[in-house]
Design a protein around this ligand. Structure first.
Ligand code: ADP
Length: 167
């Protein structure tokens, strides 16, 4: 493992786009660790609404307020990427039981691959537990109001992308 300063956590995900639920987790984790790297998985299969570069830009805009948080992207095995970055923790969020069922096998597999890296889970903030990137996109497509669910800059981009394309 490369030499690193302090405890580094990787927060991996799609972030298509980042929501206030993600941001709440990032903020809380940033207080527990020395450094948080928010890492977008480059996954061609998922047909995202925003490109990896767009998602990184949106993340960059909102994490500026947190000096120990940075943004990156990766492909391949998460634990190998985490190890390359000198991280000892992987951060994931739990909203409902379905998240737990999805996360548990991944965490156990990652532990088997690299036991020195620990997956840590933070429970969703109570105000954010119902928010997902997927639902936010669906609501805006159907004409609903998403303010208070995503950062304002993200709301503008979502409206431009989803509603702008229809105009
Ligand atoms: P993935 O495709 O890897 O699930 P997401 O961007 O949907 O990527 O989610 C990344 C992580 O953030 C997951 O662990 C997910 O459970 C967590 N997460 C997503 N939305 C919220 C939220 N509103 N509150 C807390 N955690 C969340």
């Amino acid at each position: 493992m490369p030499k690193q300063e302090g405890r580094v956590a990787i927060y991996p995900g799609s972030f298509d786009p980042i929501t206030l639920g993600h941001l709440d987790l990032i903020e809380r984790c940033s207080k527990l660790t020395d450094k948080v790297i928010v890492a977008i998985l480059r996954n061609e299969d998922k047909q995202p609404l925003f490109t990896v570069e767009e998602r990184m830009e949106m993340l960059d805009e909102v994490i500026r307020a947190y000096p120990n948080v940075s943004v990156d992207s990766f492909d391949g095995l998460l634990v190998d990427y985490a190890s390359e970055r000198g991280a000892t923790m992987i951060l994931r969020g739990i909203r409902a039981l379905t998240d737990y069922e999805y996360e548990l096998p991944m965490a156990l597999m990652n532990r088997r691959l690299r036991p020195e890296i620990e997956t840590i889970f933070l429970m969703a903030g109570e105000a954010y537990a119902f928010i997902s990137s997927r639902l936010v996109k669906e609501v805006i497509r159907l004409g609903g109001n998403i303010s208070g669910l995503v950062p304002p800059t993200v709301e503008v981009r979502l409206k431009n992308r989803i509603l702008g394309e229809r105009a």
